[in-house]
Design a protein around this ligand. Structure first.
Ligand code: GLN
Ligand code: MG
Ligand code: MG
Ligand code: MG
Length: 446
């Protein structure tokens, strides 16, 4: 038992934790729990906890279904909404192992991200990431089911009294802080009922863990206020959807920001430019992972501050990648603006990191930034600038993923296959469905 593990055992004792939720995510990014009595914590650290993986999305085939969960003691947190004087529940995020081989399970998204970080580390880098998840808060109906009625009519940075949801957001932030989050900022977003909470940057693995946790916490605390929090990318047509801008930078082993170069026009180093070039080059395939639902592509349309075209910029927000202004060298970074909060954060970060590192390894040339509003460009102008378009639907994105060896391999065979299978099926189901829009448009016309 390590000293961090011992600290967790002490804390379990001290805080009267009865139950431990051992968490991991499936391929689609849904958080799964195995709940064990807290007295099993020591055994969980030393031997792991066995579970049947056959019922988990995309995990294993039935005949090889025994999996082992090994909790990461760094992720121990008492659940704020299950905490009272007498008892408490806590969670830890786990790595998944294959019981027959004893090796890390290649179907574990956290393992896929760890491998991306290992590639970075082989090149001498650590990866920092900070997400900006956006979400909507909706009213529930009498039966407690989610509606798309917003509970406020606020707009960007509006304050009370219009921002009635600020109470909820405050409770969410307290809950997150109780769980060890460093919240940098939170505000009402552009659309009514839409919110954003920004976390302080951390190493990419902690950030992915944080996003997974974040979605659970936000939903749980919103529910206490009889509201439904949704991370669906575009719940309401014709207003902004929800993105999850993702800030990325590489640091050297001695803690210097490898993305900073004060002599560059954009304060970005050669590595940062090459990393950007790698993401631009692999963007269509990454999209399948960072924007993995049919609905994701209803957000990626012109006019709603979401990217559509494959370009970068130091100013405008219609670009796929933006270079935000940095006040200090440590803050030089790039902002990928295409991911949305329905993605599996482990896989999305892994894909972005592999693409960026590929750019560095190959010394890819970064195109010039585009400073005009790309939404206004017509096809000729895009052609002149050499600007390609993101996939326009999930089907195209999955095709791009299958054609892009780098990104496909980044997922590992197991996850790549299951992911493509699941997403192709999802897209097919969507294609044969008849939507309300079609009924409204055609039922009485023809
Ligand atoms: N909601 C926008 C998106 O879909 C972003 C708006 C913003 O943060 N300025 O990405
Ligand atoms: Mg923001
Ligand atoms: Mg925002
Ligand atoms: Mg942003």
């Amino acid at each position: 038992i390590t000293s961090t593990e011992q600290e967790v055992l002490d804390e379990i004792e001290e805080k009267d934790v009865d139950f431990l939720r051992l968490q991991f995510t499936d391929i689609l990014g849904t958080v799964k729990n195995v709940s064990v009595p807290a007295r099993q914590a020591e055994k969980a650290f030393t031997d792991g906890i066995y579970f049947d993986g056959s019922s988990i999305e995309g995990f294993v085939r039935i005949q090889e279904s025994d999996m082992r969960l090994v909790p990461d003691p760094d992720t121990f947190a008492v659940l704020p909404w299950r905490n009272s004087e007498e008892s408490a529940s806590a969670r830890m995020i786990c790595d998944v192992y294959n019981t027959s081989t004893g090796e890390p399970f290649e179907g574990d998204p956290r393992y896929v991200l760890k491998q991306a970080l290992e590639r970075a580390s082989d090149l001498g880098y650590t990866v920092n990431a900070a997400p900006e998840p956006e979400f909507f808060l909706f009213e529930e109906d009498e039966e407690g089911r989610a509606t798309t009625d917003t509970n406020d009519a606020g707009g960007y940075f509006d304050l009370a009294p219009k921002d009635l949801a600020s109470d909820v957001r405050r409770d969410i932030i307290y809950g997150l802080e109780d769980m060890g989050f460093e919240i940098e900022a939170s505000h009402h977003e552009v659309a009514e009922g839409q919110h954003e909470i920004n976390f302080e940057y951390e190493d990419a693995l902690s950030t992915a863990d944080n996003v997974a946790t974040f979605r659970t916490v936000v939903r749980a605390i919103a529910a206490e206020h009889d509201l439904h929090a949704t991370f669906m990318p575009k719940p309401i047509p014709k207003i902004n959807g929800s993105g999850m801008h993702t800030h990325l930078s590489l640091f050297t082993e001695d803690g210097e920001n490898a993305f900073h170069d004060g002599d560059d026009e954009f304060d970005l180093s050669e590595e940062a430019h090459a990393f950007t070039a790698g993401i631009l080059e692999h963007a269509p395939a990454i999209t399948a992972i960072s924007n993995p639902t049919v609905n994701s592509y209803k957000r990626l349309v012109p006019g709603y501050e979401a990217p559509v075209y494959i370009a970068w910029s130091d100013r405008n927000r219609s670009a796929l990648i933006r270079k935000p202004a940095a006040r200090i060298p440590a803050a030089s970074r790039i902002e990928a603006r295409f991911p949305d909060p329905s993605c599996n954060p482990y896989l999305a970060l892994a894909a972005l990191i592999h693409a960026g590192l590929e750019g560095i390894e190959k010394g890819l040339e970064c195109p010039d930034p585009v400073r005009e509003n790309i939404y206004d460009f017509d096809e000729d102008k895009r052609e002149e600038y050499g600007i390609e378009t993101l996939p326009t639907n999930l089907g195209e994105a999955v095709d791009a993923l299958e054609e892009d060896e780098i990104i496909y391999n980044a997922l590992g065979d197991h996850i790549a296959q299951k992911f493509v299978e699941a997403k192709s099926q999802e897209f097919q189901e969507y294609l044969v469905d008849v939507s309300q829009w079609e009924l409204d448009r055609y039922l009485e016309t023809f």
